[in-house]
Design a protein around this ligand. Structure first.
Ligand code: GDP
Ligand code: MG
Length: 207
């Protein structure tokens, strides 16, 4: 997809602030520091659209971006900061589950992992949340540029086994943009109602 416009819509701290549902949505999830912001900027070819340094302990927000007037890219707050107050964790959980469970517009979730490491317990929790929400999930292993070539396939297989995936994660590098055409191909398939994505609910206008 050629990116003509990528515009920030809103930062939502609570479900009341979610934008009115007008377009299909694709959400991005991942552990803090996995490179989620960098990957979104790489995907959209916009260097500074998404800020690339999260601060632990801050209120977690869901950021919505309008891409080409075609879909909303939804940046879910990262999880897994070491020293986050219990109240912030509870707020994260409430906000993210409100989004995942109630948002009929969501076609699927891109879940970002670190290609160098095995999934963490929190990655497993996230995957279970997606399964429970019945949302299609595309696993993307980021930072492959930091990996020896010989480690790539073994690591991808380990991640797939650990999370019991039906296919190995898509390899990506937000630094070199490796994997970008394939990720776009998969997102377009969701957007056009093709392979893997959740069927769009009846009654939605197709503008
Ligand atoms: N080498 C390399 N570094 C990356 C990549 N993606 C992100 N980073 C770095 O990882 C750190 C965290 O990135 P950020 O996008 O802020 O992660 P987020 O917390 O998941 O949004 C930053 O220092 C990025 O420059 C990648 O694909 N390759
Ligand atoms: Mg970030």
């Amino acid at each position: 997809m050629k990116i003509q416009t990528a515009e920030f819509v809103i930062s939502a701290a609570s479900p009341r602030q979610f934008p009115s549902p007008v377009l299909p949505e694709v959400a991005f999830a991942g552990k803090s520091n996995v490179g989620k912001s960098s990957l979104i900027n790489s995907l959209l070819q916009r260097k500074g659209l998404v800020k690339t340094s999260g601060t632990p302990g801050k209120t977690r927000l869901i950021n919505f971006f309008n891409i080409n007037g075609r879909f909303l890219l939804v940046d879910l707050p990262g999880y897994g900061f070491a020293k986050v107050p219990v109240a912030v964790k509870a707020q994260w959980e409430a906000l993210v589950s409100a989004y995942l469970l109630n948002r009929a517009e969501t076609l699927g979730v891109v879940m970002i992992l670190d290609a160098r490491h095995s999934p963490t317990d929190l990655d497993r929790v996230m995957k279970e949340m997606l399964d429970r929400a019945g949302l299609p999930c595309l696993m993307v292993a980021n930072k492959v540029d930091k990996l020896k070539r010989s480690r790539l396939n073994p690591n991808l297989k380990t991640i797939a086994n650990d999370l019991r995936l039906s296919e190995i994660p898509l390899a990506y590098s937000a630094s070199t943009h490796a994997g970008r055409p394939e990720l776009w191909r998969r997102l377009e398939a969701w957007l056009t109602g093709g392979e893997g994505g959740r069927a769009q609910p009846a009654g939605r206008s197709s503008g």
